[in-house]
Write a protein of this length. Structure first.
Length: 396
């Protein structure tokens, strides 16, 4: 049986479509585990009205952070395999049947990694992306493949190695993976969602520790894009708000050492996730690349600073993870020079410098994922769409 984990919070209009995409599957050996993050009564009322014994439901008595919500959904589950689905996502037609076929063909692998599409809900539009449906990134190890295959361990380890260098060679979206419960219990001590970025931890832990992962170059899920998707915040330069939406909506938010910088919280959470991977892994020599982390963070801080948000030295030490005096002097000096130039240079040069800092950040990461996401979320402020009649076809 496949357990589908579905965290939700106050988004019944999207939740209805996600649940419908599960019920419409031609494979009926599933259970749906909904963790409701303290929504209003209409969510629970609607779920109760479905009267479907395959649907398990738990409502949090208080707001919790994303990781706790995901773990609550997992605690409801009992299936042999686990699949994560967001409340604005959809299972594509035949998804579960295809996964069951692959499980049998490859003798019950510990993980299955597949492709997905992204679709923009009404209210999301971007000049860079006129199409409604786009690719949800492509893992480098799936490129050029036509059939499911066992991903070699060394290929998976190289992908995790890139993650430790703050490069994304494959999307970390949790919707793109199926995990075996035995693997979670035995290798992850029954706690597969950890850190402030639970998907970054879970996906990289799976790739690093699993004995067998099948790669499937097929689109089995559709990932929804809404104004409360984290990517919407991140690619519009407001990831601090996205981070707050994921974490600080809780009554007792997970602590963060950072101020509301636009990207440093994203990188800090990434660092936190791979740090948890290193701790949980049975045997790895991988170490987070702090040099690259600092370069990426500095590029973003420079972009923020040029836009008018500068940080004091104390914040700088924490944000950059500077652990000795030489590094502090080196980076603070560079930062002060840049800050001085921002006052002296003309506006056109400042604009060019800001764009260059953003380009530099993407080039350092060397990933096609960022650019493909920009095509979806846009690199500018989103505008409300005039089309209010857009609907999803569950059959597709």
């Amino acid at each position: 049986m496949i357990s589908i984990l579905l965290p939700t919070k106050e988004r019944l209009v999207y939740l209805k479509k996600a649940v419908a995409s599960v019920i419409a599957q031609d494979c009926h050996d599933w259970e749906l585990c909904i963790s409701d993050n303290c929504s209003g009564p209409e969510v629970e009322n609607w779920i109760r009205q479905l009267n479907d014994g395959r649907i398990k439901y738990f409502r949090q008595p208080r707001l919790v952070a994303v990781t706790e919500s995901w773990n609550s959904a997992y605690s409801l589950s009992s299936g042999d395999y686990i699949l994560m689905l967001g409340d604005d996502d959809l299972l594509r037609k035949g998804c579960l049947t295809r996964l069951q076929d692959i499980i049998e063909k490859f003798d019950k692998p510990e993980g299955i990694y597949y492709q997905g599409l992204m679709v923009k809900y009404p209210g999301i539009t971007s000049p860079e992306s006129p199409a409604e449906v786009l690719r949800c990134g492509v893992a480098t190890f799936l490129e050029g493949k036509d059939e499911p295959f066992l991903v070699p361990r060394e290929v998976r380890h190289q992908a995790v190695h890139q993650a430790f260098k703050f490069r994304m060679s494959y999307p970390f979206n949790m919707q793109l993976a199926l995990m075996k419960r035995d693997f979670i219990v035995e290798r992850a001590e029954d706690q597969i969602f950890r850190s402030s970025y639970p998907d970054y931890f879970a996906m990289n832990f799976l790739m690093l520790e699993a004995n067998s992962v099948v790669g499937v170059p097929e689109d089995l899920v559709t990932v929804g894009v809404t104004k409360k998707s984290f990517g919407y915040f991140y690619f519009n330069g407001t990831s601090a708000y996205g981070y707050n939406y994921l974490q600080e909506q809780a009554d007792n938010p997970q602590p963060t050492r950072l101020n509301n910088t636009s990207a440093s919280q994203h990188l800090e959470s990434w660092l936190d996730a791979i740090g948890h991977v290193k701790q949980a892994a049975s045997n790895t020599t991988l170490t987070p690349d702090l040099k690259r982390f600092r370069l990426l963070t500095f590029a973003q801080l420079a972009r923020d600073g040029i836009s008018g948000t500068w940080y004091i030295q104390g914040d700088f030490r924490k944000i950059m993870h500077l652990d000795n005096g030489y590094l502090l002097v080196k980076w603070v000096t560079a930062y002060k020079i840049l800050r001085a130039l921002s006052v002296l240079l003309p506006p056109k040069v400042i604009k060019f410098a800001k764009e260059t800092a953003h380009w530099f950040k993407l080039r350092i990461r060397e990933t096609s994922w960022d650019e493909s996401m920009i095509n979806i979320y846009g690199n500018c402020e989103m505008q409300l769409s005039a089309d209010k009649n857009f609907t999803f076809n569950i059959e597709e």
